[in-house]
Design a protein around this ligand. Structure first.
Ligand SMILES: [Zn+2]
Ligand SMILES: [Zn+2]
Length: 135
């Protein structure tokens, strides 16, 4: 009667990799990204949402730089910054089999969005509910 450790090991391997493998990716330069996952889940990301979620060091504030969010808040408070071109994707390319790199029309292109990360930030009602439960 010593099967306790067996059960623990089985429990620590949830669902395999299917949920971070895209089946189909549809990119719209003016709307955003839509991903159909192999586990039949679908995620949609708006342009602003994707830009805000940029995982690169300068946007997340790593290395002591100011996080993008703070920069934008300050820019909005500046009355001389009235004109701001609409956000658009210039181009995007796959990075290996695990990520996608996006070139924005504001000149930013250092964000590499791994599929695992994209799946994590999926904002559909299902995923939001699941995240809320696990907190
Ligand atoms: Zn960035
Ligand atoms: Zn989702």
């Amino acid at each position: 009667m010593s099967s306790g450790s067996e059960a623990a090991r089985a429990g620590s391997a949830p669902g395999g990799l299917l949920e971070s493998e895209p089946e189909h990716i549809a990119l719209s330069k003016s709307k955003g990204l839509k991903i159909d996952w192999k586990d039949r889940h679908t995620s949609e990301y708006g342009l602003q949402e994707l830009r805000d979620a940029c995982p690169c060091a300068s946007c997340t504030g790593a290395h002591g730089t100011t996080p993008l969010r703070d920069v934008r808040e300050r820019a909005q408070a500046d009355p001389f910054q009235l004109y701001k071109p609409a956000l658009k994707i210039e181009s995007a390319q796959p990075v290996g089999h695990y990520a996608i790199q996006i070139n924005w029309n504001d000149g930013h292109n250092s964000g590499i969005y791994s599929f695992e990360y994209l799946r994590q930030i999926c904002s559909c009602p299902d995923c939001r509910r699941r995240r809320a439960r696990s907190v």
